[in-house]
Design a protein. Sequence first.
Length: 434
Amino acid sequence: MDPHVTEASYPISFRHEEAKKLGEYIKQRQSVSLVGMKRVGISNFLRFFLNHKEIVTTYISTDQKHLFIPVDLNDLIEREIYPFWTLVLKRIVDASEASTLSDESKKKINALFLTSIQSQDLFLLIDSIRRALSLIAENDIFPTLFFLRFDRLKDAFNPSFFDNLEGLRDATHERASYVFTSFRSLDSLFPDVKNRLTVFAQVMAVRPANDEDMDIIYDSYKKRYNFELSSELEKALFRVVNGNVQYLQLALIILNEKKEQKISSKQKLLEVLLNDERITLESEELWESLTKEEKQVLLPVAKGQGVHSDEKAKAMYLWDTGFIWEGEKSPTVFSPLLEHYLLSKDKEDKKPQLVDLTRKEHLLFRLLESQVGEICEREKIIEVVWPEYQEFGVSDWAIDRLVARVRVKLRQQNSPYEIVTVRTRGYKLSIAKE
């Protein structure tokens, strides 16, 4: 647990229903798949759950010892099986070092890590994880591994993957359990083992936060940015972002950048946010995360049209994760920001596309141009193009989408340059023609 994490200071009532439900699953040693729309705030919730000192005693047990082991797959440079298991063992070492385990046990776990790294053998690596978790369990400690952004590993899946996860759990006599987070359920990510996954992990949907929880998040961020909104504008802001943490974070960044404009009305607030390409990119990421069937339901809802029961049955993900809220008269899209994107999408698709670079596109192109022929790492792109995002991260999709846009516009401009993808590392600009 890290008391320096902002969310560790949240009141224990934060996301009470979600914390209570997740705590009950962990108490029963069941594995859980946390599913929610992209960037809805699962990471924010888990930073609270993993780091608040009262979580275990409030939601799990007052007489058991639990060890939370967060494994953030955003830390994976190579999204492959061996690097994944290496990261898992390293995070077990990190969590053990900060735990109440004896010095002798900590040394044994660290030795397992060093031996497995030197061997470069996958079998030995997984066996070292088994032995480390068994050692923790033998000390009457219940280990729970939190696999954050588990969807990043879907392309590296092989049939033995879940066998290994189940084997690790069996080796601890089911004292170990797992929490997976992704924007889709495990059976959607790994359809080849769908029947097994319905038993392997319980699905728990995480919807947009309610006003009380958003107020807690908002308070922590407004202190950081050192600005105040009127109570009327605060309410308007909450209605606009409507529980989506990424929308809230972006809105606060934008409002902080435009403090001199003295925004004084809900309409002006909405106008400022809708005119910012970062909001548009976030809305587009939400839209592109949906299946064809889900898009065919969401777009009519934005237009105020009804939904047939058979259509709803095929697109229940939209209701489960909070994309669609049941209004008094008809279903509605959860946020005006996403609704505006959907309503303008058809019009924009029919218009000739502009070839001028947007601000973010221009920053990306200038960065690549400054080192033509050299690899530009993804971390460097984030640093230069999204400096304001560094505290809460930029998704792989956002980077790839921005690159794709610049690629298209370079072709439309008959530019001599082309952008080349360097797998697992980043991109580079090269001369396409003289």
